[in-house]
Design a protein around this ligand. Structure first.
Ligand code: NDP
Length: 476
């Protein structure tokens, strides 16, 4: 019996995704560049072996799949995907679909999609989130491609996806690069969420002098409230874990330099390209960059000194309550920004991205899964074309309830020299976004002064330059 789907690339994600596909009753053919990996994968597949056809050559792999063939490519992103597609193409026949499930840059996805246009092959760019566990037991899956090709893979993808209250966390989000773009922004939001949790951790550790397991306890309690989320849950677990070698809290022996693979940076670059302010996500990416300058930071601490703690919270319980609300408020800012980037991209690339659906399929399976995303789903379902999440009735109310706490926490951090760039950015974003009369009138005047760029007047009078003197060039 032939397989209904094929998968190339039995690394961490591909292997787990294959087992998931097999376990849900789908027959799958698998192939990996290095043959030993395929052999080991099959040997370890246990009871699922009957659903898996391990293939050592491309010829066997293609023969093992029933045409028209959906083939998932789950390998290292970038050039390897183009190389793999070039190797695969000569074997394919009419109607076959190549599905790139790696973390591709959506611009590559658009190029790959275009390169097959007019041929009888199609391409799907599919974002998969949830890490190893998600891939194995139910990831969140963001699909981009033609609606027709989605219909062909809908059944199998629905069977393997995560479920939130029974609803599958997979959907078709739009043509060509839409799925990978949404995955990129998912990761940008993930960066911000993680950075904000780390900033709160910093305030508790360096401001209040709390130990890792104590902070884990605080996060555990928050995880039972409105901050209920996977990232909060794993932060608690991580903070409570001890290093088997030294017996110390695990986090206390981990180097404070964060790695990154690029998706956070891409989301910031695309936001900048489209002129969308994604300041909390930018702060998170910059936070990782500064974290990686460990020896420079240590040298600077010697030269400049570490700011002194000048202000201890008087009421510990009230301070913790503020921290919890501050994190919620800041999270709203980061998610609002991420969704604003997607709204703009939707216009720019003509994708017609469905905001409520995106929030919906992020509620389970992916790294940013949370109860909070269910609230976002409701808000966008009621008002899918709203300009910004924070002006929906539910979230404007929530911002009003929480931004005071965020303001107090950001002030506390600033006074005590504790870095909180993402929390601070979220607060400044709220403050700037809801100020009807801003300060760019001065910037326009400056621009007109040195560059004769002109300005508009509030009274509509048709005069567009200021009285800065004749011969503006003299001032240049
Ligand atoms: P791994 O490093 O575990 O596996 C890499 C796979 O890519 C291996 O099967 C490897 O084959 C294959 N490969 C590398 N280069 C080539 C090439 N030139 N031609 C053919 N095959 C090649 O990666 P992951 O499973 O972690 O990641 C796979 C993709 O999924 C990436 O795009 C990643 O960004 C994305 N992703 C990862 C997540 C995670 O949590 N790890 C989460 C979501 C997405 P070989 O055995 O021969 O070396």
């Amino acid at each position: 019996e032939q397989a209904e789907i094929g998968l190339i690339g039995l690394g961490v994600m591909g292997a787990n995704l294959s087992l998931n596909i097999a376990e849900k009753g789908n027959k799958i053919a698998v192939f990996n560049r290095t043959v030993e990996v395929t052999k080991k994968f099959y040997a370890d597949a246990g009871a699922l072996q009957g659903q898996i056809i391990p293939c050592e050559t491309m010829e066997d792999f293609i023969k093992a799949i029933r045409p028209p063939r959906p083939i998932i490519i789950m390998i290292k992103a970038g050039d390897p995907v183009d190389q793999q597609m070039d190797l695969l193409k000569p074997y394919l026949s009419s109607g076959d679909i190549m599905i790139d499930a790696g973390n591709a840059n959506f611009r590559d996805t658009m190029r790959r999609f275009k390169s097959l246009e007019g041929s009888d092959l199609t391409f799907i760019g599919m974002g998969v989130s949830g890490g190893e566990e998600g891939a194995r037991h139910g990831p969140s899956i963001m699909v981009g491609g033609t609606e027709e090709s989605w219909k062909r893979v809908e059944k199998v993808l629905t069977s393997i996806s995560a479920k939130f209250n029974g609803e599958p966390c997979v959907d078709w989000l739009g043509p060509n690069g839409a799925g990978h773009f949404v995955k990129t922004i998912h990761n940008g939001i993930e960066y911000a969420d993680m950075q904000m949790i780390a900033e709160i951790y910093g305030i508790l550790r360096d401001g209040l002098g709390m130990s890792a397991p104590e902070i884990g306890g605080v996060f555990g309690r928050w995880n039972e409230g409105r901050l209920d989320s996977y990232l909060m849950e794993i932060s608690e677990k991580v903070l409570k874990a001890n290093d088997p070698i030294t017996g110390k809290p695990m986090v206390d022996v981990i180097v404070d330099s964060a790695g990154q693979k690029g998706t956070g940076k891409w989301s910031v670059i695309e936001a900048q390209n489209m002129g969308v302010a994604a300041t909390a996500i930018e702060a998170a990416v910059a936070g990782r960059v500064i974290s990686s300058l460990r020896s420079e930071r240590q040298a600077a601490e010697k030269i400049l000194g570490k700011p002194a703690l000048v202000d201890r919270p008087k009421d510990g319980m009230a301070f913790l309550a503020d921290l919890e609300l501050a994190l919620l408020a800041a999270k709203i800012g980061a998610y609002a920004q991420g969704f604003a980037v997607m709204a703009e991209a939707s216009k720019e690339f003509g994708w017609n991205l469905p905001m409520p659906t995106i929030a919906k399929i992020w509620r389970a399976g992916c790294i940013i899964r949370s109860q909070f995303l269910d609230e976002i789903t409701s808000a966008f379902t009621k008002d899918p074309n709203v300009a910004n999440l924070i002006v929906t009735p539910a979230f404007s109310q929530l911002v009003k309830e929480t931004d005071g706490a965020l303001r107090r926490i950001v002030s506390y951090a600033a006074l005590n020299g504790l870095p909180a760039p993402a929390l601070t950015s979220a607060l400044s974003y709220f403050d700037a976004y809801r100020r009807g009369r801003g300060t760019a009138n001065l910037i326009q005047a400056q621009r007109d002064f040195f560059g004769a760029h002109g300005f508009d007047r509030l009274d509509g009078v048709d005069k567009h330059h200021g009285p800065w003197g004749s011969g503006l060039a003299d001032f240049a």
